[in-house]
Design a protein around this ligand. Structure first.
Ligand code: S3P
Length: 422
């Protein structure tokens, strides 16, 4: 396989969710340029519309105008708020609505309804919001918020969705919030709030938000998503010849842990910083074929590469030696049980792999990967195994491909554009 070409991956998912939520809470009209337009981003846009914010249709490559309602101006929804497949949408909206006195029912698809919500509703209850669960620790949940109290919270897991939800609750409720994390998770909410003039202090793994009266409307150009770029980089590493260039990608260090791991695996990936957008660093990544060696990933590294583990695991399946990913238990509560499914699917295509409660082991091989992969409609599993399917001699059948629309609708087109047999 050869690789070539240059493209900017779709807009960053984490930043798109946050930009939409903050624009809906701002005063005046904000402009979000080059937002992600995938199903997850549409879920957040749809929920905000149902709460009275005026959000343009999300169109690829376009600028979207959002007329915000101010911190306290969202209105009672007439229907359930459907977050689709998006954990970020669900957790953020629970945090925002904790500060509103009306009831709202939050729900999602079958995958999202299985995901834990008490990690968010627990601390929000301590702030004074009420939650009626319909099915235990998961959606649907009816939230009824109101006057909130200050919060000091110690998170059991490093989760930027939890951190973001609690910061949004503090912002809407106009109360101080302090969060201690075991390891620092991605810091987009903090950076964006600071860029909007809100006082948010970060001290190691602790974040402190001070109440603000309002946030101003803003403009942001959403950088390319490094989590989507990772799949194209993976294809370049597995190729035999060529080079790809990915300009305009977010290079926030709380997201680029996979690049450090790939460097330890022997990959030489060029990273050039080219600018900044609303407090976020942006740059160009260049990747070319590499012969990979095995790697050990530590629990402390996991939050900065949590979404890239499926891709790293398939690359480990082509590396020389045994790779170990420790402290990856959070993979069990993603869009699927990614820990079990990664090990099962690697074995299904002829790669030795084993999952324990919190660890994934993968033994690399040169033998062409062949077999059927069950994606469980999880976008990142589909993309990771599609990349592995580009290895020389591979014959991999995916149970479905449509799930890529959750985060990267044009994935298969882009993969085809950048790779050619030969
Ligand atoms: C996200 C945080 C991560 C990540 C998800 C997006 C975010 O989840 O897996 O895709 O935008 O904050 P956790 O924070 O729950 O680990």
């Amino acid at each position: 396989m050869n690789v070539s070409g240059s493209l900017t991956p779709p807009g960053d998912k984490s930043i798109t969710h946050r930009a939409l939520v903050l624009a809906a809470l701002a005063r005046g009209t904000s402009t979000v340029t080059r937002p992600l337009t995938s199903l997850d981003a549409r879920s957040t846009a749809g929920v905000l519309r149902a709460l009275g914010a005026k959000v343009d249709a999300l169109r690829l490559g376009a600028s979207v105008a959002i007329r915000g309602r101010g911190l306290r101006g969202l209105t009672r929804p007439r229907e359930s708020l459907d977050c689709g497949n998006s954990g970020t949408a669900a957790r953020f909206i629970l945090g925002v609505l904790a500060g509103y006195p009306f009831p709202a029912r939050v729900t999602g698809d079958a995958s999202l309804r299985r995901r834990p919500m008490r990690r968010v509703t627990g601390p929000l209850t301590a702030m004074g919001a009420h939650f009626d669960e319909e099915g235990g620790d998961g959606l649907p949940i009816v939230v009824r918020g109101g006057r909130l109290k200050a919060l000091e919270h110690r998170s059991a897991a490093a989760s930027a969705q939890v951190k973001g939800a609690l910061l949004f609750a503090g912002l809407v409720g106009k109360v101080p919030v302090t969060i201690h994390e075991p390891v620092r998770s991605r810091d987009h909410t903090e950076r964006m709030l600071r860029a909007l003039g809100v006082s948010v202090e970060s001290d190691g793994t602790t974040v402190r938000l001070a109440p603000a009266e309002s946030i101003p409307a803003f403009e942001i150009t959403v950088p390319g998503d490094p989590s989507s770029a990772a799949f194209l980089i993976g294809a370049a590493l597995l190729a035999e010849r060529g080079e790809i260039e990915l300009p305009g990608v977010l290079i926030n260090p709380t997201r680029t842990g996979f690049l450090s791991v790939l460097a330890r695996m022997g990959a030489r990936i060029g990273i050039t910083s080219t600018g900044e957008t609303l407090g976020e660093p942006v740059g160009t990544l260049v990747a070319r074929p590499t012969s990979l060696r095995s790697v050990e990933v530590t629990p402390e590294e996991v939050p900065a590469l949590i979404d890239e583990i499926p891709l790293l695991a398939v690359l480990a399946g082509r590396a020389h030696g045994e790779s170990v990913f420790r402290g990856v238990e959070e993979l069990r509560v993603k869009e699927s049980d990614r820990l079990t499914l990664l090990a099962d699917n690697l074995r299904a295509v002829g790669i030795t792999a084993e999952a324990t409660a919190d660890t994934l082991r993968v033994v690399g091989t040169d033998a062409p990967p062949r077999g059927r992969v069950e994606t469980a409609k999880d976008h990142r599993l589909a993309m990771a195994f599609a990349v592995l399917g580009r290895a020389p001699g591979a014959a991999i059948r995916l149970s479905e491909r449509a799930s890529v629309a959750v985060s990267y609708p044009a994935f298969f087109d882009d993969l085809k554009r950048m790779t050619s047999r030969g």
